[in-house]
Design a protein around this ligand. Structure first.
Ligand code: NDP
Length: 483
């Protein structure tokens, strides 16, 4: 029997207005299940339930919130293999990555379980005698979370965990391509001893349910990860309601390879950051800016590394690169291959659709060489296993190219020079800089986010998350003289 999964609203699972099919991108004959699509009235019900539930959750206190978050995180880590398999089946990332993602999602909950206990304020003396001042953080209220498909468990986890930790209620609209991962995370949260309506899963299409959610006056804050056009629309809608907003969007992350770099390590890191997760990461190394002295050797080695990668079924042992998430995304990727060629870039390897024993959305990792930074393939986020090499004559030129982008999420440099590494760290306009490391791969206890078109609003993760998920209250108290 095909699994059917509903919405979780006001503390109970319910059917939606309609259902969609969810199929495995490694094998489209594998129907994972049928997933509910919320109607407008169900979204409104979720928002009203969240509004009712939030004060009780805040009043429950820090020990309760700590315990609930710790329980969610511990269970996720214990079930990383099982839920990771579902993530791999649904999203297409290799099993080891799916398992790693779920374990990491658990760590976001256990980290924020501890942050609950550290929610301390400030004390100040007043300039007026006899008055005491304290500054404390309070919940924002009802938080709308809109998440993408590429990390269908980790990204929502790094939003849901701080939202709940700081006493907020949540209405979550996950990506419609990955509803099974969303249901698995919700199933764990739903079993906790929390007020009915505190946490709501409202699956449905972004253009309908997502749009209604971001336009709702019943939302106090919106946290979004996804594409730039949708992010811009959310920002515009949020400002109309004076709703707090946080956006994490795309990037064109530069990865500099200098003439003094360990070339084999540079190739390994470039291949990892460009093609890991089938290139579907906002931190992917998509512009490889390579010093002329090592350019040709680097391109040759990178092409060999790309061709050696095993592309296959996400659940098959030995697979390094899974399929692209959907037929639409694969079509878009192949369009970018054509665009790059038309612009005069040289396709060194890959860029074609691959046949495998099961029918899926497989694509050979592609390397473009001879590219210019003004080409569309170097300006637009492709979210594909495609990377572009740009030749640079010097470190200064490489840095100037790296900074010539509307985006600024991550940037990396491979060099043995401390002077260049330090200069890069100070002058790369990005939210995260990496020295002798891939552009992708971040920790869970420190801030994450970018500049320019990559991010808008306060940072996510670590203790910086409190900036978004809390509001500050300054209290003035005149106790008076004892009677
Ligand atoms: P979207 O930005 O369309 O989707 C992200 C999330 O927003 C999904 O939950 C989506 O729902 C929802 N959404 C879509 N439209 C609206 C709307 N009008 N109002 C509110 N929510 C909405 O990204 P896609 O999944 O379509 O991917 C397209 C491209 O976006 C990729 O090729 C990539 O370039 C970029 N992207 C970047 C990510 C990142 O981490 N920076 C992550 C994912 C994508 P639904 O799934 O139902 O459409």
């Amino acid at each position: 029997m095909v699994q059917q999964t509903g919405l979780f609203i006001d503390g109970r699972w319910q059917d939606g207005a309609s259902r969609i099919e969810n199929r495995n991108p490694s094998d489209v004959s594998d129907l994972i299940g049928l997933y509910a699509q919320a109607g407008a009235d169900q979204l409104d019900e979720a928002l009203a339930a969240a509004r009712r539930a939030q004060p009780a959750w805040w009043a429950a206190g820090i020990q309760k919130r700590h315990d609930v978050l710790m329980a969610i995180g511990t269970e996720m880590m214990a079930r990383a293999e099982e839920i990771g398999r579902l993530v791999a089946r649904e999203e297409g990332k290799p099993l080891a990555e799916g398992k790693g993602e779920v374990y990491r999602a658990g760590q976001f909950f256990t980290y924020f379980a501890a942050e609950v206990l550290r929610n301390q304020g400030d004390l100040a003396e007043s300039v007026r005698p006899g008055i005491e001042i304290d500054v404390r953080r309070e919940p924002v209220g009802v938080v709308a979370i809109i998440s993408p498909w590429n990390f269908p468990v980790a990204t929502p986890a790094w939003k849901i965990a701080p939202a709940l930790a700081f006493g907020n209620a949540v209405v979550w609209k996950p990506a419609n391509v990955t509803p099974a991962s969303a249901a698995a995370l919700t199933e764990i949260i739903a079993r906790q001893d929390i007020p009915a309506g505190l946490f709501n899963l409202v699956t449905g299409s972004g253009r309908e349910i997502g749009q209604r959610l971001i336009e709702s006056a019943g939302v106090d804050a919106i946290s979004f990860t996804g594409s730039v056009p949708v992010g811009r629309g959310i920002a515009a809608a949020a400002i109309r309601n004076m709703t707090r907003v946080q956006l994490e969007m795309g990037s064109k992350n530069p990865f500099l390879v200098m003439d003094d770099a360990d070339l084999d390590l540079a190739v390994a890191h470039a291949a990892n950051a460009a093609f890991g997760g089938t290139g579907q990461k906002c931190t992917a190394a998509s512009r490889l800016i390579v010093h002329a002295a090592v350019h040709d050797a680097f391109v040759e080695k990178l092409a060999a590394a790309a061709q050696a990668l095993r592309v296959g079924h996400a659940l098959e042992a030995g697979t390094q690169i899974g399929p692209v998430v959907s037929a639409d995304q694969l079509r878009q990727n192949l369009d970018y291959i054509a665009i790059g060629r038309d612009e005069g870039a040289e396709l060194v390897c890959g860029g074609t659709r691959l046949e495998r024993p099961t029918e899926g959305h497989y694509m050979a990792p592609a390397v473009f060489a001879g590219t210019r930074n003004d080409m569309r393939i170097n300006r637009e986020e492709m979210f594909a296993p495609i990377t572009c090499v740009i030749r640079a004559g010097s470190y200064d030129e490489a840095l100037a190219i790296a900074n010539d982008s509307p985006f600024g999420l991550t940037g990396g440099i491979m060099t043995r020079s401390l002077a260049r590494a330090s200069h890069f760290r100070a002058n790369m306009r990005a939210g995260c800089v990496m020295v002798n490391l891939p552009t992708a791969g971040t920790d869970y206890h420190v801030p994450f986010g970018g500049r320019g078109a990559s991010s808008f609003g306060p940072r996510e993760q670590g203790r910086y998350a409190a900036e978004f998920y809390t509001t500050v209250k300054t209290a003035y108290v005149a106790a008076g003289a004892p009677a």
